[in-house]
Design a protein around this ligand. Structure first.
Ligand code: FAD
Length: 266
């Protein structure tokens, strides 16, 4: 099925976009890690959200989720791994599957993970972001897994089940070794582990990795006055577009991104 709108990220920006697009009767799929696992849901009380002083982060997200669902937005839990405009469509890959929309809104929040040394250089040459997508290339080989993805344990288990010898490392301070291909990793203590592949299983993926060619400004996604990015059919909203990293701005931008995306369709 081709959706009118794909929304990547189920935080306040993505949920506000979903609510607006459903109110305009557009079909909507929200692709996200579990929205209730976001750090915002640990915030005990928000002093500055208009109309709901003191509301907890969890209650706010639960209410937005319920509203989006009641209006008919669909949800797909998982990590989006790539966003690619293709003619009149935008394709989003989710784990080892792909979904198609007429337009997409990136509502990714902020990626707190700095890229690892060697990550960009060896991406596709031993560095992968998805075990269930690329694991088969490493059957019977030594791999290292690191990350904080919600499905981290399942991804590791999958690699073991296909015969990989898996070492688990912490992301912090990890360097990836190798010239043309991955040959190993070095951890924060300086210990080297030889391996054939490295699976970086983070909950979020840096915007420029997610959508190759996406223009950034100061590390954030560059948007115009209609929340459009430089990629056709791709909009962005919320923390991923830059300061202020605040709820009310995220919600407003999500609503605007959906408004302009829908306007282009009608
Ligand atoms: C503890 C805490 C307290 C805060 N208190 C306040 C406050 O009092 N007032 C205020 O205004 N703001 C506050 N903030 C900031 C506020 O939470 C953010 O500005 C707001 O959540 C931004 O919304 P967003 O939708 O842009 O991003 P997020 O809320 O970060 O949501 C992004 C979602 O997208 C998901 N995602 C990202 N990449 C992918 C991917 N590749 N595939 C699938 N899913 C993906 C993430 O897992 C997440 O669920 C607080 C934040 C925290 C952490």
């Amino acid at each position: 099925m081709k959706y009118d709108l794909l929304i990547v990220g189920g935080g306040p920006a993505g949920l506000a976009a979903a609510i607006h697009a459903r109110a305009r009767d557009k079909s909507v799929l929200v692709v996200s890690n579990d929205p209730l696992a976001s750090p915002l849901c640990k915030a005990p009380g928000m002093a500055n959200y208009p109309g709901l002083p003191g509301v907890s982060g969890r209650e706010l997200v639960e209410r937005m989720l319920a509203q989006a669902r009641d209006l008919g937005a669909e949800f797909r839990q998982g990590r989006a791994l790539s966003v690619m405009p293709m003619g009149k469509s935008v394709m989003v890959s989710v784990e080892n599957d792909a979904v198609e929309g007429r337009a997409a809104i990136l509502a990714l929040g902020v990626s707190r993970a700095a890229p690892l040394k060697g990550e960009a250089e060896l991406l596709g040459r031993g560095v992968s972001y998805c075990a269930t997508c690329d694991g088969m290339f490493y059957r019977g080989k030594r791999v290292v897994c690191a990350g904080d993805a919600p499905n981290f344990d399942e991804e590791v288990e999958f690699l073991r089940s296909i015969g990989c010898e898996v070492a688990v490392k912490r992301l912090a301070g990890l360097s990836i070794l190798g010239e043309d291909r991955v040959t190993g990793v070095r951890d924060a203590q300086g210990e080297e582990t030889p391996c054939d592949g490295v699976f970086l299983l983070r909950a979020s993926i840096a915007p420029a990795r997610l959508a190759p060619g996406l223009a950034l400004e100061g590390g954030y996604i560059k948007v115009d006055g209609r929340m459009g990015t430089n990629l056709p059919g791709v909009y962005a909203a919320g923390d991923c577009t830059g300061q202020p990293l605040q709820l009310a701005k995220a919600v407003g931008q999500g609503q605007s991104a959906a408004h302009f995306a829908v306007e282009e369709m009608d």
